[in-house]
Design a protein around this ligand. Structure first.
Ligand SMILES: [Fe+2]
Ligand SMILES: [Fe+2]
Length: 165
C-alpha cells in the first residue's frame, strides 16, 4: 500500500500477527481498522523521521493505536471513544513488548476527548495524524457513497428514458 522499504520492514512483524490481522474484520471510518492503522503508522513514520524523532518506536505505537477488537462491542459511541485507547494499550502490551513511551502514545492518542495529553512530541504527532486521517477517511467514504448513489440514480434515469422510447 505504501512504498517505503524501511516502513515495510519496520511494521512487517507486527502486521503479520494474526491478532493485528483481525483488525481487518472491523469497519473504521468507512475502511477497515487495519487500513486506518497502517495509514496513521505511515504518516507518523514520515513526520517523525523528518523531525529526527524516535520514529521507529512511534511508528509501531501508531500501528497499534487502535488495536482493539470486540472489547467495545457493548459500549455506546462516547464510551468507545473514551475507552478504546485503554483496550488498545492492553492488547499491545499483551501481544507485543511495547515500552512506556509507546504505551503513552497509545493511551493518549484521543486527547482532548480523553483528558490527559500525550507526554511526548511523538504522541502529539500520532494524535494529529490520527485526526487528519480520520477526517480524510470519513470525507472520502461519504464522497464515495454519494458517487455510488448518483450512479444508481443516473442509471435508473437512463433506463427509464430508454424504456419510454
Ligand atoms: Fe483511536
Ligand atoms: Fe485511529
Amino acid at each position: 500500500m505504501y512504498f517505503d522499504k524501511e516502513f515495510d520492514n519496520l511494521i512487517n512483524e507486527y502486521l503479520m500477527h494474526p491478532k493485528v490481522q483481525e483488525m481487518s474484520k472491523y469497519k473504521h471510518h468507512g475502511i477497515t481498522r487495519l487500513e486506518h492503522s497502517i495509514r496513521v503508522a505511515y504518516y507518523t513514520f514520515k513526520v517523525c523521521k523528518k523531525l529526527r524523532l524516535n520514529y521507529k518506536e512511534a511508528t509501531i505505537a501508531a500501528l497499534l493505536h487502535d488495536f482493539f477488537l470486540d472489547e467495545v462491542e457493548k459500549e455506546n459511541g462516547i464510551d468507545r471513544l473514551i475507552h478504546h485507547p485503554k483496550y488498545a494499550a492492553e492488547n499491545a502490551e499483551f501481544y507485543f513488548k511495547i515500552n512506556e513511551f509507546q504505551k503513552d502514545i497509545i493511551l493518549r492518542h484521543m486527547f482532548p476527548v480523553t483528558f490527559i495529553p500525550p507526554k511526548y512530541l511523538e504522541g502529539w504527532i500520532v494524535d494529529t495524524v490520527d485526526n487528519i486521517a480520520s477526517i480524510y477517511e470519513r470525507c472520502y467514504s461519504s464522497a464515495n457513497s454519494l458517487a455510488r448513489t448518483t450512479n444508481v440514480i443516473t442509471m435508473a434515469i437512463i433506463s427509464f428514458i430508454k424504456f419510454k422510447n
